[in-house]
Design a protein around this ligand. Structure first.
Ligand SMILES: Cc1ncc(C[n+]2csc(CCOP(=O)(O)OP(=O)(O)O)c2C)c(N)n1
Ligand SMILES: [Mg+2]
Length: 690
């Protein structure tokens, strides 16, 4: 039997045995794509198992992430620090081999996959990052950025709409170093795909402007190798290699059927597979010769050493660029970043301009872009509305690089491509759409938070304040939904100053994505002391202080902060001592120490929150006996001012509610307020794994 078959059979054995040991998992795809994997990993993939972070390595994305055992097998066999014991502990708590590949667990995992189609979009982002960095850094004869991005996809990935969005862009962007392998096995969970997936996939991808290699025998290592060579022979167009495969190949009774997609094969079928493959070795035992054939450590170290030599020449000739390249790889901010930002915040405070926070955001981008050449912006066809483009931005053009992307009307792909840009490293990506359409991007936002990457999502037109476009465009529950996502920092600033600080904190985050939620309409600048200015970054702070013994707290965000301030004035005129807490980021506020949180929101004082969105999320700050002025229905189409009155988001209503609250509190005793709120205060930042 030729050696390549042995390697493929080793993958098959590890995969079926690990799934069997776990009692769950997906043996079909790894067994079906084993030869495709051998052709790529054995002959083409440039990587160094001893340094998974080598900047110029090829990227490999397993978009059909349910086949995780394929990737774990490859990492183990080629020499990554993933011992056999970790494969034995497949899918177990705290193993490096969770059910789907997750970034930060096993070395060599480039992105977290499982939600089908998104890995493919991440791969498009990685391939784009390579092009951007190559255009920026490569110099004559010194191509320090020169690698490919490879992705495996299944029927599921190609059925998902995001594959259309992302692959359409990859074609337009001419990402010629992106090579995708389609596991064309004709099977998905419900059975043979003829009833639900009959696209002419090669024609579809040709229509996107891709190079398509059709009808490759996915079980012939030589044929796949030849297809990869054809793909690599050009770098004008991304390539799709369509591999005909048999799901679960090697399992005599179950191969070719959906039965082996996502369940252990069972002892009898595994024994039969061992016989059929002539694989006599016990579970998790791999012959030394197979290990030797897979081992990529020596070759990988050699390739990396070549690159280091190139890099040394580059350092000598272009020391400043080399230092910049290194800084970007580290993900470090430039020197004096925080000091410059603080000066700018002070200047904006002094200017006290009235403007929409989306416009303030555009100014912030222009300000930060001067110090951060790694910023790569974009919008899903709403550039003029999101105000994501800054004066010095350069539109991306194939072959010339750039730092601004027109994603077209493709919110989901935009967010997943942004994740891919971040995962690649070297750029700092952000992209915009209306807050309403964050929903189209939603799972990619969640994946950013789960993967602990740090892009910035710019969501403008953040409430009924957008006015006449009506309820289809007026977000109500979106802010609360974003805040519910663990490790997602959501900022809803109230003026130019908070917007700048929001951008600063977003850029300072190393492992947290940020959603910036911005107004379409103009908002006045609030007055602040030096201390208040410094406290913005804590996420919540006292903006207007009580003149006597505190009777009520008004908590507000964004466009409702000024409404709260006006209500505070009305109350003050009546001799009522209230305070206004501006709470642009609950995420940051919740991470402050208890003493600070208690000083801002004392437990035993009646509290009212006002925000143009659903009320539920504010209960954790105001308690059961507190009050929330918000919107628990859909919006309406009308001029913004009229809508604010219609929905009761007015200073008069807030002041009135506060008065009632104070009256209730004195009737029932203040301590009633403490229970629910102190629980919220005790809650620490939500721990996340990894
Ligand atoms: C967005 C999303 N929807 C549904 C699923 C559940 N799911 C996992 S695999 C799969 C079928 C995928 O079919 P295919 O890609 O052809 O995989 P194969 O059975 O060939 O390995 C489904 C529906 C998922 N993981 N992600
Ligand atoms: Mg399939």
């Amino acid at each position: 039997m030729p050696r390549s078959d042995l390697r493929a059979d080793a993958i098959r054995a590890l995969s079926m045995d690990a799934v069997q040991a776990a009692g769950s998992g997906h043996p079909g795809m790894p067994m079906g794509m084993a030869e495709v994997a051998v052709a790529l990993w054995g002959g083409h993939l440039n990587h160094n198992p001893l340094d998974p972070a080598w900047p110029d390595r090829d990227r490999f994305v397993l978009s059909n992430g349910h086949g995780s055992m394929l990737l774990y097998s490859l990492l183990h066999l080629t020499g990554y620090a993933l011992p056999i014991d970790e494969l034995k502990r497949f899918r177990q708590l705290h193993s490096k081999t969770p059910g789907h590949p997750e970034v930060g667990y096993a070395p060599g995992i480039e992105t977290t996959t499982g939600p089908l189609g998104q890995g493919l979009a991440n791969a498009v982002g990685m391939a784009l990052a390579e092009r951007l960095l190559a255009a920026e850094f490569n110099r004559d004869g010194l191509p320090i950025v020169d690698h490919r991005t490879y992705a495996f996809v299944g029927d599921g990935c190609l059925m998902e709409g995001i594959s259309h969005e992302a692959c359409s862009l990859a074609g337009t962007w001419k990402l010629g170093k992106l090579i995708v392998f389609y596991d064309d096995n004709g099977i998905s969970i419900d059975g043979e795909v003829g009833g639900w997936f009959t696209d002419d996939t090669p024609a579809r991808f040709r229509a996107y402007g891709w190079n398509v290699v059709e009808a490759v025998d996915g079980h012939d290592v030589g044929a796949v190798d030849a297809a990869i060579r054809r793909a690599r022979a050009q770098d004008e167009r991304p390539t799709l290699i369509c591999c005909r495969t048999l799901i679960g190949k090697g399992a005599p009774a179950k191969a070719g059927s959906a039965e082996c997609h996502g369940a252990p094969l069972g002892d009898a079928e595994i024994a039969a597979a061992r016989d059929a493959m002539d694989w006599p070795h016990p579970p998790f035992v791999i012959p030394d010769a197979v290990y030797a054939a897979f081992d990529a450590r020596k070759a990988g170290a050699r390739k990396q050493a070549c690159w280091e030599t190139l890099m040394a020449a580059y350092r000598a000739k272009h020391p400043r660029l080399a230092a910049e390249f290194d800084r970007r790889q580290r993900g470090a901010l430039p020197d004096k970043f925080a000091q410059r930002a603080a000066r700018q915040a002070k200047a904006l405070q002094a200017q006290a301009e009235t403007m929409a926070t989306r416009q303030a955001s555009q100014h912030a981008i222009a300000f930060f872009a001067k110090a951060l050449p790694e910023l790569v912006g974009g919008s899903a066809d709403l550039t003029g509305s999101n105000l994501t483009r800054w004066p010095a931005a350069r539109d991306y053009a194939a072959g010339h690089g750039g730092n601004y992307l027109h994603y077209g009307v493709r919110e989901f792909a935009m967010a997943a491509i942004i994740n891919g840009l971040q995962l690649h490293r070297g750029v700092r990506a952000f992209g915009g759409t209306f807050l309403m359409f964050s929903e189209y991007a939603r799972n990619a936002l969640r994946m950013a938070a789960l993967m602990r990457v740090n892009p910035v999502f710019v969501f403008t037109h953040d409430s009924i304040g957008l006015g006449e476009d009506g309820p289809t465009h007026q977000p109500v529950e979106q802010l609360a939904a974003l805040r519910l996502t663990p490790n997602m920092d959501v900022w809803r600033p109230c003026d130019t100053v908070e917007t700048l600080v929001a951008w600063q904190v977003a850029l300072e985050h190393a492992s947290t994505p940020t959603s910036l939620v911005l107004s379409r309409q103009s908002l006045p600048c609030q007055a602040r002391s030096r201390q208040q200015l410094a406290d913005i970054r804590k996420g919540g702070y006292v903006l207007k202080r009580e003149a006597g013994a505190l009777q009520a707290i008004l908590i507000a965000t964004g466009s409702e902060v000024d409404i709260a301030v006006q209500a505070w004035r009305e109350l003050a005129a009546l001799g009522i001592h209230a305070r206004v807490v501006s709470m642009p980021s609950c995420h940051m506020f919740d991470q402050q120490d208890p003493a600070y949180r208690h000083a801002v929101l004392p437990f035993d004082v009646p509290a009212l929150a006002v925000e143009a969105g659903v009320t539920a999320g504010w209960r954790k700050y105001v308690g059961r006996r507190g009050e929330v002025v918000g919107i628990d229905t859909f919006g309406e189409s009308a001029p913004a001012g009229e809508l604010y009155r219609h929905f009761g988001l007015t200073a008069a209503r807030v002041a009135d509610s506060a008065r009632k609250l104070i009256a209730q509190a004195s009737a029932t005793g203040r301590n009633d307020f403490s229970g629910a709120r102190s629980a919220a205060h005790r809650r620490r930042a939500i721990p996340i794994h990894g």
